[in-house]
Write a protein that binds this ligand. Structure first.
Ligand code: NAD
Ligand code: UD1
Length: 336
């Protein structure tokens, strides 16, 4: 299939592009580079030895998206493009709603004009809100605590309604847990702007000497060591889930939701210790106050993805820690 990856220059998009090409598909990227670098796509081209058409466009801009669809025969769309910082979404909620919702509406309308019916969406485990229990199953209640999360849940609703109204449409909603790690080549990886909000990029920047000390947000949670537990998944495993998802979309109609996680929860200190062991490095850390909005535990029940998509995560925590550091140590300042 020829797959359009919106946000294809970003962290998950670049890794997915590699796996799609490895699986025999072709890719077209649309990205406005608001949170990424054209260099990331050049690296994907190197890894895959393939030239990838890139459109530097805002996917909310209908005319540009129309032009892309007129110039390329697209079989499926994976919609990664979006703003994703939880804290920022509370400060500038309208920018988040505009960007994250308008992009989906524009894509759906243009796809309809061009007879394209397969849509895979980057959702998030954040739509489970404050979980009543773990592991999280796709049928459990949803609810959000911040505008970013609401954009994910609203997008899920928009896409579900669109598929109900158009029997040709196939929608796969992928709820990602916590992607970390990088391609084994160390050529592509996560490249956050400014001081990272997320745990693994913070750790790798401490290891690289760019930051002094990791703050561990709370050690009084009801978990095995008191620190927050999450379902960390290697980004390459996550990327492979998208290859399964487009195949599924191509042979089924309607909407289906899948958790993409490993099913195993690790605490912040588990991650710090695993990182130090895998890379033979010291990571200085200090226990700090809980971060507002954080939950104690969040991990997936990934059974549905295994049974229906035939997908499961294969890489270990050691792989994730080694590959995160391999990327960071080879690219101390990211793509710059
Ligand atoms: P990323 O920021 O690295 O990639 C997103 C890309 O979209 C960037 O390259 C950015 O420039 C582009 N973009 C944003 N708005 C655009 C627009 N209007 N038009 C064109 N391009 C635009 O983020 P990521 O980590 O690769 O995440 C991809 C998707 O997965 C996002 O939708 C994110 O919300 C979702 N997600 C990410 C995580 C995570 O931990 N990384 C977890 C759950 C869900
Ligand atoms: C965060 C977002 C979530 C988003 C996900 C992926 C919040 C509240 N949630 O999830 O919506 O989908 O990122 O982008 O922002 N931690 C530290 N020190 C740090 C950073 C993190 O101790 O410097 C801890 C956190 O308290 C948490 C764990 O590490 O227990 C993971 O944090 P993080 O990587 O930010 O992911 P989430 O909070 O799960």
């Amino acid at each position: 299939m020829n797959v359009l990856l919106t946000g294809g220059a970003g962290y998950i998009g670049t890794h997915t592009c590699v796996e799609l090409i490895n699986a025999g598909h072709t890719a077209v990227i649309a990205d406005n580079f608001s949170n990424s670098s054209p260099k990331a796509v050049e690296r994907v081209e190197k890894i895959t030895n393939t030239k990838i058409p890139v459109y530097n466009i805002d996917v909310c801009d209908r005319e540009s998206v129309e032009k892309l669809f007129s110039e390329n025969k697209i079989d499926a769309v994976i919609h990664f493009a979006g703003l994703k910082a939880v804290g920022e979404s509370c400060e500038i909620p309208l920018a988040y709603y505009r960007n994250n919702l308008d992009s989906t509406l524009t894509l759906l309308e243009v796809m309809k004009n061009h007879g394209v019916h397969n849509f895979v969406f980057s959702s998030s485990a954040t739509v489970y809100g404050i979980p009543e229990k773990v592991p999280l199953v796709e049928t459990m209640p949803t609810g959000c605590t911040n505008p970013y999360g609401w954009t994910k849940l609203m997008n899920e609703q928009i896409l579900t309604d669109a598929a109900k109204a158009d029997s040709r449409l196939s929608v796969v909603l992928l709820r990602y847990f916590n992607p970390i790690g990088a391609h084994e080549s160390g050529m592509i990886g996560e490249n956050p702007n400014g001081i990272p909000n997320n745990l693994m990029p913070y750790i790798t920047q401490v290891a690289a000497g760019r930051l002094e000390c990791l703050g561990v947000f709370g050690n009084d949670y009801p978990t095995h060591d008191g620190t927050g537990v999450r379902d960390y998944i290697h980004v390459v495993d996550l990327a492979k889930g998208h290859v399964k998802a487009i195949d599924y979309a191509d042979s089924h109609k309607g909407t289906e939701i899948f958790n993409l996680g490993t099913g195993t929860g690790y605490s912040v200190l588990d991650i710090v210790n695993a990182f130090m062991k895998a890379n033979d490095l010291e990571i200085p850390y200090k226990i700090k106050q809980r971060r507002p909005g954080d939950i104690a535990e969040c991990y997936a029940d990934p059974t549905k993805a295994k049974e229906i998509l035939g997908w499961q995560a294969e890489k270990t925590l050691e792989d994730m820690c080694r590959d995160s550091w391999n990327w960071q140590s080879k690219n101390i300042n990211g793509y710059e």
